[in-house]
Design a protein around this ligand. Structure first.
Ligand SMILES: Nc1ncnc2c1ncn2[C@@H]1O[C@H](COP(=O)(O)OP(=O)(O)OP(=O)(O)O)[C@@H](O)[C@H]1O
Ligand SMILES: [Mg+2]
Length: 256
């Protein structure tokens, strides 16, 4: 598989606060890659830096053959590195149909109608609500619309920041089912940040775990699921040798 995204030694700051450092990460064509980590670990910072919302202080981002660090967000999205931000951010006063149209505003090719039909096939609920204001959709439907709108911009790599946040377990599975279908039917790669580690590790091929702005583990999801530290910290399963929650959290993790 060819390398689609290659991130080297990436570092980002918010003013005086270093939020992410030394991050190396790759995504191959057609791969689903998950990024896990506690609140404040730097996951959103990573995606925002890749999307050009935030300029890195250091490091290289190579996407689909060109270096994209320092380019503005529009230029990066036009190359096919597209972010669905945390909290959905659909245009609340526009209809579902117009939100989808907005996703395609920068495109010059003739496949827009085809992509719109594709989105409505993946998300039949959006078809039923095409003329409804986006702000009146449920949380799950807004997430579907946000993914659909991102699809309309023609991604080669779709980045999703916590797509299941605030959703019921049923909707969570539905959203991840569609993510798997998008990859299977189109071969587009996905980089997904997710709080629900179990769901993410069950749907992705490869995973990264971040802590305090750094990548502390990177492995296939199968291997990550088998690590005691991952099971303890993210899957809510006690590893052997730990008795009681307090002790488990205090234990030094080495991520092996
Ligand atoms: N706009 C900002 N200004 C200053 N510091 C920020 C800003 N956004 C994030 N940070 C800090 O950067 C660090 C990483 O934050 P980030 O939002 O990337 O974490 P996260 O892993 O996405 O967390 P969550 O799971 O809560 O979404 C945190 O320490 C956070 O407080
Ligand atoms: Mg975040």
């Amino acid at each position: 598989m060819s390398m689609l995204l290659d991130v080297q030694n990436l570092e980002s700051w918010y003013g005086p606060i270093k939020a992410m450092q030394g991050v190396n990460l790759t995504v191959s064509a057609g791969q689903i890659v998950a990024v896990l980590g506690a609140n404040g670990a730097g996951k959103t910072t990573l995606l925002n830096t890749l999307a050009g919302v935030l300029d890195p202080f250091k490091g290289k981002i190579r996407f689909d053959g060109t270096e994209t660090q320092g380019l503005d967000a529009d230029a990066i999205a036009r190359r096919g590195l597209v972010l669905v931000p945390e909290g959905r951010q659909v245009y609340p006063f526009l209809s579902v149909a117009d939100n989808l149209t907005m996703g395609a505003y920068a495109r010059r090719d003739k496949r827009v109608a085809q992509d719109r039909a594709q989105v409505l096939d993946w998300f039949p609920r959006l078809r039923e609500r095409l003329n409804q204001q986006a702000g009146l959709l449920s949380g799950g439907e807004q997430q579907m619309l946000a993914i659909g709108r991102a699809w309309m911009s023609g991604p080669k790599l779709l980045m999703l920041d916590e797509p299941s946040l605030g959703l019921s377990p049923l909707l969570m599975r539905e959203i991840f089912g569609i993510i798997a279908r998008i990859r299977q039917e189109t071969g587009v790669a996905v980089l997904v940040v997710e709080q629900n580690a179990a769901v993410a590790l069950n749907h992705a091929d490869f995973g990264y775990i971040m802590e305090l702005g750094r990548v502390v583990a990177a492995d296939s999801c199968e291997a990550l699921k088998a690590k005691d530290d991952v099971r303890d910290a993210y899957l809510g399963v006690a590893g052997h040798g730990s008795s009681g929650t307090a002790q488990r959290w205090k234990r030094k993790r080495n991520w092996r």
